[in-house]
Design a protein around this ligand. Structure first.
Ligand code: AMP
Ligand code: MG
Length: 343
């Protein structure tokens, strides 16, 4: 398949937005930027179009897709909403929040992996929002990477993974947040957090009566456990070389890394402040120590870069689980297959 790449730098480029929307409406696949990561879109009401997503990504067919709408109220057409949904919408939408709701018939089973619920998000990125609006239907869009590899946060990553597999790639610059949306399931006014993201538990607590964190957010699933979200059971975000997370004070981590650089062919993801304390080879600064947003925005591109450096092992700090740090922690422990080393 030939993949057309178009650059859209502004929503005023109406012709290009229309062109992308036309491909989607006709059942094609279009990758486009969102504020979280790049999405791989298809018409969510077209069973065959949605099926193409699984083939292009190599995604297991029981791992359901998030549907994207231009306005929070458009969810009505596809899902059974609630008062709590609208309170969340008022507070956080458009934005990086996905809410799982009971599904309506308009969404085919291929989109939801046979579940009777559907995940709904209204993206804030102006180009994503405008393409969806122009389509006039919900767009199913998982991250635009090959299943299992780090999510794409710029067009270069999508071009690397998806050329020849999709009809069109829209290059709209880097994703601002760099981690996928927060996902919650609602039970009345109570929420269960299935995937942490930029909308934090504290923020959700201002709207929901209770926010419970699924244990799979921070812990490994038991061998025979059925997760609340099918995606929790799959290997994800993983670079090709093994990633090991270092748990200890910053001083202990630096001492460990200095020794490691002498005896191993390792790649290191470090804080910006630490770059000059270490040798230059295979060193990737991922943001200032206290700037979790910057580290989140850089994580996936750092993991992809680490792969090009060909180290035998990748070392990184184990993040703290507070605030946005919980999302970073969740992606990193999964990328590391829960390999944590005390130092
Ligand atoms: P991605 O599309 O790669 O951003 O991942 C979407 C995540 O949402 C996956 O982990 C899915 O398992 C999860 N998800 C989507 N729809 C549902 C649903 N109806 N119930 C539970 N989890 C869902
Ligand atoms: Mg994904």
């Amino acid at each position: 398949m030939e993949t057309e790449i178009i650059v859209i730098s502004d929503v005023s480029e109406k012709e290009k937005i229309k062109k992308a929307a036309d491909v989607l409406r006709r059942g094609g696949l279009v990758a486009f930027p969102t504020e979280t990561v790049y999405g791989l879109g298809a018409n969510a009401t077209d069973e065959n179009a949605a099926k193409k997503i699984y083939a292009a990504k190599g995604r297991p067919s029981d791992n359901p897709l998030i549907i994207h709408v231009a306005d929070p109220a458009d969810a009505e057409k596809y899902a059974v909403t609630s008062e709590c949904y609208y309170r969340l919408a008022k507070a956080f939408m458009p934005g990086p929040l996905t809410v799982i709701l009971p599904k309506k018939e308009t969404i085919p089973a291929s989109v939801t992996g046979g579940l009777d619920s559907v995940a709904v998000r209204c993206p804030q990125h102006p180009i994503a929002n405008e393409i969806i609006r122009e389509c006039g239907v919900a767009i199913a869009a998982p991250s635009a990477n090959i299943s299992g590899s780090p999510s794409p946060t710029c067009a270069k990553h999508v071009i690397h993974d998806m050329t020849g597999r999709v009809d069109m790639i829209v290059d709209g610059g880097a994703s601002e947040i760099g981690l996928e949306s927060t996902i919650i399931k609602l039970d009345g006014n109570c929420a269960t957090l299935l995937r942490p993201g930029a909308i934090t538990c504290d923020a959700l607590s201002c709207v929901c009566e209770r926010v419970e964190i699924s244990h799979a957010v921070t812990e490994e699933l038991a061998a025979n456990e059925k997760p609340l979200s099918p995606g929790m059971k799959y290997r994800h975000y993983a670079p090709t070389s093994p990633l090991v997370l270092l748990d200890g004070d910053d001083d202990c981590v630096i001492s460990f890394l200095r020794r490691a650089q002498n005896r191993e062919h390792c790649t290191i993801l470090c804080y910006d402040e630490e770059a000059e304390l270490l040798r230059f080879e295979r060193l990737i600064p991922i943001g200032k120590r206290d700037d979790i947003a910057a580290q989140s925005a850089k994580l996936f591109s750092a993991l992809r870069e680490a792969d090009t450096l060909d180290g035998d092992v990748i070392y990184a700090h184990l993040p703290k689980k507070e605030g946005l740090g919980l999302a970073l922690y969740n992606r990193m422990i999964r990328a590391a297959a829960h390999t944590i080393k005390k130092v």
